[in-house]
Ligand binder design. Structure first.
Ligand code: ADP
Ligand code: MG
Length: 294
Protein backbone atom coordinates (compact mmCIF):
# COMPACT_ATOMS: atom_id res chain seq x y z
CA UNK A 1 0.00 0.00 0.00
CA UNK A 2 3.03 2.24 0.22
CA UNK A 3 2.17 2.85 3.85
CA UNK A 4 3.60 2.14 7.24
CA UNK A 5 1.57 -0.46 9.12
CA UNK A 6 1.81 -0.50 12.92
CA UNK A 7 0.26 -3.04 15.28
CA UNK A 8 0.41 -2.97 19.04
CA UNK A 9 -1.41 -5.61 21.01
CA UNK A 10 -1.59 -7.49 24.26
CA UNK A 11 -1.39 -11.29 24.00
CA UNK A 12 -0.97 -14.13 26.47
CA UNK A 13 2.34 -15.23 24.93
CA UNK A 14 4.77 -13.74 22.44
CA UNK A 15 4.11 -16.68 20.09
CA UNK A 16 0.41 -15.79 20.02
CA UNK A 17 1.19 -12.11 19.68
CA UNK A 18 3.54 -12.62 16.75
CA UNK A 19 1.11 -14.96 15.00
CA UNK A 20 -1.60 -12.32 15.33
CA UNK A 21 0.69 -9.65 13.86
CA UNK A 22 1.60 -11.96 10.96
CA UNK A 23 -2.10 -12.50 10.27
CA UNK A 24 -2.69 -8.74 10.20
CA UNK A 25 0.16 -8.22 7.73
CA UNK A 26 -1.17 -10.98 5.50
CA UNK A 27 -4.61 -9.39 5.51
CA UNK A 28 -3.10 -6.00 4.58
CA UNK A 29 -1.32 -7.61 1.63
CA UNK A 30 -4.50 -9.37 0.54
CA UNK A 31 -6.43 -6.10 0.52
CA UNK A 32 -3.65 -4.31 -1.35
CA UNK A 33 -3.67 -7.03 -4.01
CA UNK A 34 -7.37 -6.62 -4.57
CA UNK A 35 -7.74 -2.84 -4.36
CA UNK A 36 -4.48 -1.37 -5.64
CA UNK A 37 -5.01 0.57 -8.89
CA UNK A 38 -1.25 0.31 -9.51
CA UNK A 39 -1.17 -3.49 -9.76
CA UNK A 40 -2.23 -4.71 -13.20
CA UNK A 41 -3.60 -7.91 -11.71
CA UNK A 42 -5.84 -6.35 -9.04
CA UNK A 43 -9.60 -6.59 -9.23
CA UNK A 44 -9.74 -2.79 -9.27
CA UNK A 45 -7.42 -2.64 -12.29
CA UNK A 46 -9.69 -5.08 -14.11
CA UNK A 47 -12.57 -2.68 -13.54
CA UNK A 48 -10.56 0.32 -14.68
CA UNK A 49 -9.57 -1.52 -17.84
CA UNK A 50 -12.98 -2.88 -18.81
CA UNK A 51 -15.99 -1.42 -16.99
CA UNK A 52 -16.48 1.31 -19.60
CA UNK A 53 -17.18 -1.28 -22.26
CA UNK A 54 -19.18 -3.89 -20.31
CA UNK A 55 -20.85 -4.41 -16.93
CA UNK A 56 -18.50 -6.51 -14.80
CA UNK A 57 -19.52 -8.79 -11.95
CA UNK A 58 -17.22 -8.14 -8.97
CA UNK A 59 -16.49 -9.83 -5.65
CA UNK A 60 -18.85 -9.12 -2.75
CA UNK A 61 -15.95 -7.38 -1.01
CA UNK A 62 -15.29 -5.08 -3.98
CA UNK A 63 -18.96 -4.31 -4.38
CA UNK A 64 -19.28 -3.51 -0.67
CA UNK A 65 -16.40 -1.05 -0.58
CA UNK A 66 -17.43 0.58 -3.87
CA UNK A 67 -20.96 0.99 -2.50
CA UNK A 68 -19.58 2.63 0.64
CA UNK A 69 -17.31 4.95 -1.35
CA UNK A 70 -20.25 5.80 -3.59
CA UNK A 71 -22.44 6.55 -0.56
CA UNK A 72 -19.83 8.92 0.89
CA UNK A 73 -19.52 10.60 -2.51
CA UNK A 74 -23.27 11.20 -2.46
CA UNK A 75 -23.31 12.26 1.19
CA UNK A 76 -20.56 14.86 0.59
CA UNK A 77 -22.07 16.05 -2.69
CA UNK A 78 -18.97 14.89 -4.52
CA UNK A 79 -16.30 16.47 -2.30
CA UNK A 80 -15.24 12.87 -1.78
CA UNK A 81 -15.45 11.26 -5.20
CA UNK A 82 -14.39 7.70 -5.96
CA UNK A 83 -13.61 8.81 -9.52
CA UNK A 84 -11.27 11.67 -8.48
CA UNK A 85 -8.34 9.72 -10.01
CA UNK A 86 -9.79 10.14 -13.51
CA UNK A 87 -7.75 13.34 -13.18
CA UNK A 88 -5.76 12.56 -10.00
CA UNK A 89 -3.83 9.77 -11.72
CA UNK A 90 -1.96 12.40 -13.74
CA UNK A 91 -0.32 13.82 -10.63
CA UNK A 92 2.86 12.14 -9.47
CA UNK A 93 3.95 13.63 -6.16
CA UNK A 94 7.21 11.75 -5.94
CA UNK A 95 8.30 12.95 -9.36
CA UNK A 96 6.80 16.45 -8.85
CA UNK A 97 4.58 16.00 -11.90
CA UNK A 98 1.18 17.54 -12.55
CA UNK A 99 -1.20 17.52 -15.52
CA UNK A 100 -0.92 20.39 -18.01
CA UNK A 101 -3.71 23.00 -17.73
CA UNK A 102 -5.68 21.67 -20.73
CA UNK A 103 -5.68 18.08 -19.44
CA UNK A 104 -6.62 19.31 -16.01
CA UNK A 105 -9.56 21.36 -17.30
CA UNK A 106 -10.82 18.52 -19.49
CA UNK A 107 -10.56 15.72 -16.92
CA UNK A 108 -11.78 17.79 -13.98
CA UNK A 109 -15.17 17.96 -15.66
CA UNK A 110 -15.23 14.19 -15.97
CA UNK A 111 -14.81 13.53 -12.25
CA UNK A 112 -18.28 12.37 -11.28
CA UNK A 113 -19.21 9.46 -9.03
CA UNK A 114 -22.60 9.27 -10.76
CA UNK A 115 -20.80 7.78 -13.76
CA UNK A 116 -20.15 4.61 -11.73
CA UNK A 117 -23.26 2.47 -11.99
CA UNK A 118 -23.59 -0.17 -9.30
CA UNK A 119 -26.16 -2.96 -9.72
CA UNK A 120 -26.63 -4.72 -6.36
CA UNK A 121 -28.83 -7.47 -7.80
CA UNK A 122 -26.18 -8.73 -10.18
CA UNK A 123 -23.26 -7.27 -8.16
CA UNK A 124 -22.02 -5.65 -11.30
CA UNK A 125 -20.26 -2.39 -12.06
CA UNK A 126 -20.31 -0.32 -15.20
CA UNK A 127 -18.78 3.06 -16.08
CA UNK A 128 -20.74 5.59 -18.11
CA UNK A 129 -17.65 6.79 -19.99
CA UNK A 130 -14.09 5.80 -20.81
CA UNK A 131 -12.21 8.42 -18.78
CA UNK A 132 -13.43 7.02 -15.43
CA UNK A 133 -10.65 5.66 -13.28
CA UNK A 134 -11.31 4.37 -9.77
CA UNK A 135 -8.88 4.73 -6.88
CA UNK A 136 -10.05 3.88 -3.37
CA UNK A 137 -7.02 5.49 -1.70
CA UNK A 138 -9.31 7.73 0.37
CA UNK A 139 -11.09 4.80 2.05
CA UNK A 140 -9.19 1.52 1.58
CA UNK A 141 -6.65 1.97 4.37
CA UNK A 142 -9.42 2.53 6.86
CA UNK A 143 -11.15 -0.57 5.54
CA UNK A 144 -7.90 -2.54 5.94
CA UNK A 145 -7.57 -1.35 9.53
CA UNK A 146 -11.16 -2.41 10.30
CA UNK A 147 -10.53 -5.85 8.84
CA UNK A 148 -7.35 -6.16 10.89
CA UNK A 149 -9.20 -5.31 14.09
CA UNK A 150 -11.98 -7.81 13.29
CA UNK A 151 -9.36 -10.47 12.64
CA UNK A 152 -7.63 -9.77 15.97
CA UNK A 153 -10.96 -9.95 17.79
CA UNK A 154 -11.70 -13.33 16.21
CA UNK A 155 -8.35 -14.51 17.57
CA UNK A 156 -9.36 -13.42 21.05
CA UNK A 157 -7.23 -10.27 21.21
CA UNK A 158 -8.98 -7.70 23.40
CA UNK A 159 -6.44 -4.88 23.59
CA UNK A 160 -4.87 -3.57 20.41
CA UNK A 161 -4.30 -0.64 18.13
CA UNK A 162 -3.71 -0.98 14.38
CA UNK A 163 -2.56 1.85 12.11
CA UNK A 164 -2.07 2.10 8.37
CA UNK A 165 -0.54 5.48 7.63
CA UNK A 166 -2.91 8.06 9.07
CA UNK A 167 -5.71 5.62 9.86
CA UNK A 168 -5.94 3.90 13.25
CA UNK A 169 -8.41 1.96 15.32
CA UNK A 170 -8.13 0.83 18.92
CA UNK A 171 -9.89 -1.79 21.01
CA UNK A 172 -9.58 -2.16 24.77
CA UNK A 173 -6.73 -0.49 26.59
CA UNK A 174 -2.98 -0.33 26.94
CA UNK A 175 -2.06 -1.68 30.38
CA UNK A 176 -5.40 -0.45 31.74
CA UNK A 177 -5.14 3.04 30.27
CA UNK A 178 -6.68 4.30 27.02
CA UNK A 179 -4.58 3.99 23.89
CA UNK A 180 -3.47 7.40 22.69
CA UNK A 181 -2.83 8.76 19.22
CA UNK A 182 -1.30 12.02 18.13
CA UNK A 183 -2.04 14.51 15.40
CA UNK A 184 1.17 15.65 13.81
CA UNK A 185 1.92 19.35 13.62
CA UNK A 186 1.47 19.92 9.86
CA UNK A 187 4.57 22.09 9.59
CA UNK A 188 6.86 20.46 12.20
CA UNK A 189 7.47 16.80 11.35
CA UNK A 190 8.67 15.95 14.86
CA UNK A 191 6.00 17.78 16.84
CA UNK A 192 2.50 16.75 17.86
CA UNK A 193 -0.30 19.30 17.58
CA UNK A 194 -2.71 17.27 19.76
CA UNK A 195 -2.66 13.93 21.60
CA UNK A 196 -6.00 12.17 22.14
CA UNK A 197 -7.22 9.04 23.94
CA UNK A 198 -8.86 6.36 21.77
CA UNK A 199 -11.52 4.25 23.45
CA UNK A 200 -12.88 1.58 21.10
CA UNK A 201 -12.90 4.01 18.23
CA UNK A 202 -11.15 4.91 15.01
CA UNK A 203 -9.12 7.94 14.06
CA UNK A 204 -7.96 9.19 10.65
CA UNK A 205 -5.83 12.17 9.75
CA UNK A 206 -5.59 13.63 6.26
CA UNK A 207 -2.86 16.21 5.79
CA UNK A 208 -1.27 18.29 3.07
CA UNK A 209 2.20 17.29 4.34
CA UNK A 210 2.15 13.56 3.57
CA UNK A 211 2.55 13.37 -0.18
CA UNK A 212 3.32 16.67 -1.89
CA UNK A 213 5.76 18.76 -3.87
CA UNK A 214 6.21 22.52 -4.07
CA UNK A 215 6.47 24.34 -7.38
CA UNK A 216 6.74 28.14 -7.70
CA UNK A 217 5.84 28.43 -4.04
CA UNK A 218 2.61 26.40 -4.47
CA UNK A 219 2.08 23.15 -2.60
CA UNK A 220 0.64 20.30 -4.68
CA UNK A 221 -0.55 17.45 -2.47
CA UNK A 222 -2.53 14.24 -2.76
CA UNK A 223 -6.04 15.40 -1.87
CA UNK A 224 -7.84 16.68 -4.96
CA UNK A 225 -10.78 19.05 -4.91
CA UNK A 226 -13.09 17.63 -7.60
CA UNK A 227 -14.52 21.13 -8.22
CA UNK A 228 -11.16 22.60 -9.24
CA UNK A 229 -8.97 19.64 -10.16
CA UNK A 230 -6.31 21.23 -7.97
CA UNK A 231 -5.14 20.21 -4.48
CA UNK A 232 -7.69 21.20 -1.83
CA UNK A 233 -6.20 24.29 -0.24
CA UNK A 234 -8.50 25.37 2.59
CA UNK A 235 -6.85 23.35 5.36
CA UNK A 236 -3.62 21.77 6.55
CA UNK A 237 -4.94 18.79 8.45
CA UNK A 238 -8.21 17.07 9.30
CA UNK A 239 -8.67 14.36 11.90
CA UNK A 240 -11.94 12.47 12.17
CA UNK A 241 -12.98 10.25 15.08
CA UNK A 242 -15.61 7.61 14.27
CA UNK A 243 -16.71 4.16 15.42
CA UNK A 244 -14.89 2.49 12.52
CA UNK A 245 -11.88 3.38 10.39
CA UNK A 246 -13.57 3.01 6.99
CA UNK A 247 -15.84 5.88 8.03
CA UNK A 248 -13.12 8.00 9.64
CA UNK A 249 -10.84 7.55 6.63
CA UNK A 250 -13.42 8.58 4.02
CA UNK A 251 -14.65 11.48 6.13
CA UNK A 252 -11.19 12.90 6.87
CA UNK A 253 -10.55 13.15 3.14
CA UNK A 254 -14.06 14.59 2.66
CA UNK A 255 -13.71 17.31 5.30
CA UNK A 256 -10.30 18.19 3.91
CA UNK A 257 -11.94 18.98 0.57
CA UNK A 258 -15.05 20.62 2.04
CA UNK A 259 -13.09 23.10 4.17
CA UNK A 260 -13.77 24.38 7.66
CA UNK A 261 -17.41 25.53 7.62
CA UNK A 262 -18.95 22.93 5.35
CA UNK A 263 -16.72 20.20 6.72
CA UNK A 264 -17.56 20.80 10.38
CA UNK A 265 -21.24 21.28 9.49
CA UNK A 266 -21.23 17.80 7.94
CA UNK A 267 -19.50 16.26 10.96
CA UNK A 268 -21.86 18.01 13.39
CA UNK A 269 -24.82 16.45 11.58
CA UNK A 270 -23.44 12.92 12.04
CA UNK A 271 -24.03 11.32 15.44
CA UNK A 272 -21.00 9.69 17.07
CA UNK A 273 -18.51 11.37 14.74
CA UNK A 274 -16.15 14.22 15.59
CA UNK A 275 -13.37 16.16 13.94
CA UNK A 276 -10.35 18.32 14.67
CA UNK A 277 -9.35 20.67 11.89
CA UNK A 278 -6.13 22.67 11.49
CA UNK A 279 -6.77 25.54 9.10
CA UNK A 280 -4.24 27.06 6.73
CA UNK A 281 -3.03 29.51 9.37
CA UNK A 282 -2.36 26.69 11.83
CA UNK A 283 -5.40 27.36 14.04
CA UNK A 284 -7.23 24.38 15.59
CA UNK A 285 -11.02 23.94 15.33
CA UNK A 286 -13.18 21.29 16.99
CA UNK A 287 -16.57 19.79 16.13
CA UNK A 288 -19.42 20.26 18.64
CA UNK A 289 -18.89 16.88 20.32
CA UNK A 290 -15.35 17.88 21.34
CA UNK A 291 -16.11 21.36 22.68
CA UNK A 292 -15.48 21.60 26.39
CA UNK A 293 -18.72 21.11 28.37
CA UNK A 294 -19.13 23.99 30.83
P1 ADP B 1 -3.73 8.76 3.41
O1 ADP B 1 -4.27 7.86 4.48
O2 ADP B 1 -3.16 8.07 2.21
O3 ADP B 1 -2.93 9.93 3.88
P2 ADP B 1 -6.09 10.33 3.14
O4 ADP B 1 -7.16 9.70 3.92
O5 ADP B 1 -5.52 11.59 3.61
O6 ADP B 1 -5.00 9.28 2.75
O7 ADP B 1 -6.68 10.53 1.69
C1 ADP B 1 -5.83 10.87 0.61
C2 ADP B 1 -6.02 9.87 -0.50
O8 ADP B 1 -7.39 9.90 -0.91
C3 ADP B 1 -5.23 10.23 -1.73
O9 ADP B 1 -3.95 9.67 -1.72
C4 ADP B 1 -6.09 9.69 -2.83
O10 ADP B 1 -5.83 8.30 -3.01
C5 ADP B 1 -7.50 9.84 -2.29
N1 ADP B 1 -8.19 11.07 -2.71
C6 ADP B 1 -7.67 12.28 -3.05
N2 ADP B 1 -8.62 13.18 -3.33
C7 ADP B 1 -9.80 12.52 -3.19
C8 ADP B 1 -11.18 12.90 -3.36
N3 ADP B 1 -11.54 14.13 -3.70
N4 ADP B 1 -12.12 11.95 -3.13
C9 ADP B 1 -11.78 10.69 -2.78
N5 ADP B 1 -10.52 10.28 -2.61
C10 ADP B 1 -9.53 11.17 -2.80
MG1 MG C 1 -8.94 9.54 4.40
Amino acid sequence: MGTRIAVQLEAATSVQGNAAIDAVMQEMRRIDQRFSPMRDTSELSRLNARAATEALVVSAEMFGLLAQAHAVSLQTDGAFDLTFASLGRYYDYRKAKKPDPATRARLQQLIDYRGVILQPKTRSVRFSHKAIYLDLGGIAKGYAVDNAIALLQRRGVQNAVVSAGGDSRAIGRKKGKPWTVGIQDPRKPDAMAVVLPLLDSAFSTSGDYERYFVEDGVRYHHIIDPDTGDSARHLRSVTVLAPDATTSDALSTSVFVLGLQKGLALINRLPGIDAIVIDNRGVLHYSNGLQRQE
